[in-house]
Every structure is written in C-alpha cells, then in structure tokens.
Design a protein around this ligand. Structure first.
Ligand SMILES: Nc1nc2c(ncn2[C@@H]2O[C@H](COP(=O)(O)OP(=O)(O)OP(=O)(O)O)[C@@H](O)[C@H]2O)c(=O)[nH]1
Ligand SMILES: [Mg+2]
Length: 365
C-alpha cells in the first residue's frame, strides 16, 4: 500500500484496522481433534452391532461419502456387519408424488413398531439433490415415527446417479439389518427408473395409488404393475371411499390378466387411508402371508441370492464406469472426441475405441 501515491480522490482507501484471521488457531485445533476422534471402523462395527444409532448414522455417512478413504472404511464396516445382517424383511414402497407415501410410511411404520418390530426407512431418490432426499424434506409427515425409539429414518444419498444412490442404499440396508432393524422400508418416487432399482433390493414391492377420475389404469406403466406384489389404493376416506373401491375392482381385474409371478404369488389389491389408518392392518396381513408363502417355498432365499448376484455385477459396472469417467485425461480426450464426432472427423465407434484403448493401455502400463 505504501507504494501507492496518496491522492485526495474519493476512491482513496484509508488504512483500516486489519481484520482478524478468519480461522483461528483454537478452531483449527478443535477441528483437528474432532477428526482424530472419528471412530475407527472397528468401533463403528461394534457400535452398529450393539444397536447404536449414532454409529449407524456415521457409517451410512461414510457409505455416502465420495472420498475414497471413506469408501475403504465403509467397505470394512460392511464386511464386518455382513454376518449379522439378513435377518430382516425388506419392503419397497413406490407411488407418484402426492399419493401419500410419507403419510403411509408414518402410519404403517408406527403400526409395525407397535407390534414390537424395529423399522428402518431409507429412500432411493436420485432426483432430490437439492432437498437432500424426500424423506428429510417431509419428516414432518412422519412426526411420530421420527420420535419412535424403534424406528430409524434416513433420507437418500443426494446428487448422484441412480446407480450410485441405489448401491449406497443397498449397503445401508445391510448396516440397518446388522443394527437390529428387522423391517426395512425403502421408499421411492414413482417416476423414472428408480422403481426398478428398488425392486431389485426388496423382497416385497408395494405400489401406492389413489383413485382417479375413472380410468384407473391410464398412465400406469405396465412394468410397475408387473413388479407389484400388492397395490394399495390410498386416501380411501370420506367421499373417496366409493371411488377407491371401484379402483380396487379395476386393478384386481387388470392384475388377473398378467401371467402368474415366478413366486406363485397372486398380487393383492386393497384400499386404505394413511390418515385414518383404516386398512393398514390388512396390508400387514397380506405382507405376512407373502413372507410365509415365499419362505416356505424357498422363493424368498432364491430371490435374495439372485439379487446379490445382480448387485455384485452392478457394483462392478458402476465402479468401472466411475473409474473411467473420472480420469482427467479421459475427460479431456472425451471432450476432443465428442467434437470430432460432431464434426464428422471420426466415426463414433473409432472415437470410442480410441478412448478405450487409451484407458486400457494406461491400465497395463
Ligand atoms: N385424505 C387423505 N389424505 C392423505 C392420505 N395420505 C396422504 N394424504 C395427503 O396427501 C398429501 C401428500 O401426502 P404425502 O405423504 O406427502 O405424499 P408423498 O407420496 O410422500 O409425496 P412426495 O413425497 O411428494 O412424493 C398430504 O397432504 C397428505 O396429508 C390419506 O390416506 N387420506
Ligand atoms: Mg414423501
């Protein structure tokens, strides 16, 4: 400053009082201490196995982290928990926005904890990068369940690809099971491809609907109908009861047109009100019947085995892709080749094989 010529311009700045450092030494030390205090993988495993919710939350945060060090620690924790997992039932719940998923999970979840069950609620919702997961956004809709000692509610990992979010949810399921949660509910919004991802990680898939203006089946994706083990017409209260019963008949008719599922289970259609709680216990009866039947027939275990195989392949595919696309040389070469393809200077196939050759050659060096 001293080299600047002093002028009387209105732009001249007076020598001010130097502002304090933004970060002070004690704050830095506190942060360092906190980092040091991060529990080890071993500590988190024993915390989870003894049902400690803070340990469970912390471990899920590690699973959700994009830091490779965290990923390593998360894997260690998952491996340590795996032997204790699997003693649960996993229920997927899907439905369009506003159908009443959160309200339903509040009623259904509370019903289950009243039966003495321990309920964990997770979400697959890759679209909610800003709101930090649909569950967190409307935790107010789950007022009772949030306070429930026997419930654990966790919003979905945010700002990710569907594959990434789904894998993380799958891993979180294992930790919840190891922590003693015997009923896992996975919520997803019925738009996009997330239903397929959720279907591949649950034992029972429930589709929530509301009665519409008459043509109930319009706009509903055939694939989702095929996946559903049960369709529940929600908001069957007040003036809606009659319409809901009509919708139930229509869905029942439609479902009978589908070929029998490989589980031999005939999907059921019921009505309920998530607000008055009418019909909730019947839904639980249906779900219990399903588990009794599929556990007896061996389908339950068969499906889980298939899902495990699927998830192994998915994890490999996802991580290969991530490894490829995250390399800085690939990022710039990809940009160049995209332009070259656009300008017809190179065929898309030649461009792809050039990129892959570069990647593979680099890996073998
Ligand atoms: N009358 C009536 N209203 C309901 C019922 N269930 C939910 N609602 C209402 O429907 C609205 C949407 O409910 P949510 O539970 O937030 O629906 P959601 O499917 O979780 O919605 P998104 O999180 O946006 O996907 C709220 O105003 C609820 O109070 C029900 O059984 N009967
Ligand atoms: Mg919701």
């Amino acid at each position: 400053m001293s080299s600047l010529k002093k002028t009387s311009s209105s732009l001249t700045e007076k020598a001010g009082i130097s502002s304090p450092e933004i970060t002070n030494v004690s704050a830095i030390n506190q942060i360092k201490n906190k980092r040091r205090q991060q529990p080890s993988a071993h500590e988190l495993i024993s915390g989870i196995l003894s049902g400690n919710r803070t340990s469970l939350s912390r471990a899920i945060t590690l699973i959700e982290s994009t830091n490779p060090e965290h990923a390593e620690k998360a894997n260690e924790i998952i491996n340590g928990c795996l032997a204790q997992a699997n003693k649960s039932i996993r229920i997927g719940i899907t439905g369009v926005p506003g159908v009443g998923k959160s309200t339903f999970i509040e009623s259904f979840g509370t019903f289950l904890t009243n039966l003495g069950k321990k309920v964990a609620v997770l979400a697959v919702d890759p679209s909610s990068s800003i709101s930090h997961g649909s569950i967190l956004g409307d935790k107010t809709r789950m007022e009772e369940l949030v306070k429930d000692e026997n419930a654990f509610i966790r919003p979905s990992a945010s700002g990710e690809t569907l594959g990434g979010v789904a894998r993380k949810t799958r891993e979180s399921i294992i930790l919840c099971e190891a922590a003693g949660f015997d009923t896992i509910i996975i919520e997803t919004v019925g738009v996009g491809q997330s239903e397929t991802a959720v279907h591949s990680m649950v034992d029972f898939f429930l589709l929530l609907k509301i009665s519409g203006a008459g043509d109930e089946l319009q706009g509903i994706k055939r694939g989702i109908m095929e996946m559903a083990d049960s369709i529940v017409i929600n908001k069957a209260d007040g003036d809606n009861v009659k319409k809901a019963n009509q919708a139930k008949l229509e869905f029942n008719k439609a479902l009978h047109l589908f070929p029998l599922k490989s589980s031999n289970w005939q999907p059921k259609v019921t009505t309920c009100s998530a607000i008055t709680k009418e019909g909730i216990s019947e839904i639980w009866n249906t779900i219990s019947d399903y588990f009794e039947m599929t556990k007896q027939s061996g389908f339950f275990q068969e499906k889980r085995n298939e899902q495990n195989q699927f998830w192994m392949m998915e994890t490999i595919n996802e991580q290969l892709k991530q490894n490829f696309y995250n390399q800085s040389e690939i990022i710039s070469l990809l940009e160049q080749n995209k332009k070259a393809v656009q300008n017809d200077e190179i065929s898309p196939f030649a461009a792809a094989s050039e990129l892959l050759k570069f990647y593979f050659d680099k890996g073998t060096k």
